[in-house]
Design a protein around this ligand. Structure first.
Ligand SMILES: Cc1ncc(COP(=O)(O)O)c(C=O)c1O
Length: 453
């Protein structure tokens, strides 16, 4: 990587300045008194960030954010990967604002509910119906309920290699963080391994005619083996189970139509969220009419209570989504995400090599959804080294729990990030050579799914 002397001197200066987070610290103390965990999402919590990190963000524009103490950062994985266009993205904010002025919630459906249903279904091949909601958890849970009603079966098979599907008991009951969830519920969710058809086949054999659905992300940082998704669908059909893709992350990122569009395998049901709203609260359950209609008024089977909530079709979130779909189509957003991720990956790979860190630090995943893996001096996966890396990135003006890009990450932002990463990796190398205690300030990050504090 071409680092001129001035740039490196600038980076060294930034790295040497201790950052002042005094405003954040004061508010953090109050937040923990008022809010369990001090935040409304575990992934944003204090235990997920280094001690030397901003506690609160007050403003964002594009891919830049400003913290409570006035520091500016380039951000990655914005809004837990929901913000794919950019913070406060003008056309989306304007569309939502315009709709808010017309009213947000009426006693009968708003016209825009049908407009967005039509626009959403146009994106997806082989999908007949859609129902909107406010978040990804509700729609994956609805997919499970629908599958159970459709098949008359109780068990759910989820991919055990994928980290998160829902806040609801049927999923959280399978994690370490399962206090308050009856074991009887946890036992109804089974796990299978990704890319291992035999493992799922064995589950079907062990529980004949009992598995209602098979639920997974079509892809995470590990791609599907050739034909795996098609064979999975066939296996589900052979055994009478519903195949559900959770496209909360892959949707509008791998492809406009998510993993199903990218891989050309259409599941029976699927769920979208995050990027559909660019930070506004909207999610969607989509699927085959034969299953979806159980939540409707035109059949004589037992009725499914399907995603009926007061705020489910809040009009401004629907207006935002309509505008987002328009922008994605017009501006080829998905191609841009892949291109910028590729640019970043190339620069970072060079930096990893220059620091001789290939055994200790690696990028993984598609360019549109890049993550990083950290290892200690014994080459074991390490949250402590992850903490150090994030600490050094923050020092250099980057908040990077991942390297998931948005439509607002310009070439200049990517290049600036690559310089920050280079500086952080120089410290990482020293920590490997000399011991991490010398460089890490404070306690390491801890996994969300843990039983005790
Ligand atoms: C794959 C996946 N499914 C479902 C969810 C739940 O979405 P939400 O947080 O909107 O409830 C998430 C959230 O991170 C997710 O990553």
């Amino acid at each position: 990587m071409a680092h001129d002397a001035d740039k490196l001197a600038g980076l060294a200066r930034v790295a040497a300045d201790p950052m002042n987070f005094s405003n954040s610290r004061a508010l953090q103390a109050k937040a923990h008194r008022l809010i369990p965990g001090g935040a409304h999402t575990y992934a944003k919590g204090d235990d997920q960030y280094p001690q030397q990190a901003p506690g609160f963000i007050v403003r964002g524009k594009g891919c830049h954010v400003w913290d409570l103490d006035g520091h500016e950062y380039i951000e990655y994985g914005m809004g837990l990967r929901a913000v794919t266009l950019g913070h406060a993205f003008d056309p989306v904010v304007e569309a939502a604002h315009k709709q808010m002025q017309l009213g947000t919630n009426f006693g009968r459906p708003a016209k825009i509910e049908v407009d967005l249903a039509e626009a959403t279904l146009k994106i997806l091949d082989g999908v007949d119906m859609v129902k909107f909601a406010k978040n990804g958890s509700d729609v994956t849970t609805a997919a499970v309920t629908l599958s159970r009603a459709h098949t008359g079966r109780d068990l759910v098979a989820i991919c055990g290699d994928h980290p998160f599907f829902s806040v609801d008991d049927w999923f959280i009951g399978t994690t370490e963080l399962n206090a308050g969830i009856p074991e009887a519920i946890s036992r109804m969710t089974l796990k299978f391994r990704y890319n291992d058809l035999a493992d799922l086949r064995q589950l079907f054999d062990q529980h004949p005619n009992q598995i209602a659905c098979v639920l997974l992300e079509p892809e995470t940082s590990v791609p599907p083996a050739p034909n795996y998704l098609a064979q999975l669908k066939q296996l589900c059909e052979d055994r009478g189970a519903v195949l559900v893709f959770d496209e909360t992350i892959t949707g509008f990122r791998w492809h406009l139509a998510g993993g199903q569009g990218f891989h050309g395998v259409v599941p029976h049901l699927s769920t979208f969220g995050k990027a559909l709203g660019n930070g506004f609260a909207i999610a969607a359950l989509v699927g085959k009419r034969e299953i979806m209609r159980l939540g409707g008024l035109d059949h004589d089977q037992p009725r499914v209570f399907l995603l009926s909530t007061t705020h489910g079709a809040e009009t401004h979130a629907l207006a935002a989504a309509l505008e987002i779909i328009r922008i994605y189509r017009e501006s080829h957003v998905v191609e841009f995400l892949w291109k910028q991720g590729e640019r970043l990956r190339a620069l970072l790979d060079r930096s990893i090599a220059e620091n001789h860190l290939q055994d200790f630090f690696a990028l993984a995943g598609r360019p549109c959804n890049l993550i990083f893996l950290t290892r200690d001096q014994d080459r074991q996966r390490s949250q402590t080294y992850r903490t150090l890396f994030m600490q050094e990135l923050i020092r250099r003006g980057v908040i990077g729990p991942s390297f998931v890009v948005s439509f607002s990450h310009s070439d200049a932002d990517i290049d600036r990030t690559a310089e920050a990463v280079h500086g952080a990796l120089v410290v990482y190398r020293k920590a490997i050579d000399e011991g991490i205690e010398k460089y890490l300030e404070g306690r390491p990050i801890r996994p969300v799914y843990r039983k005790f504090n």
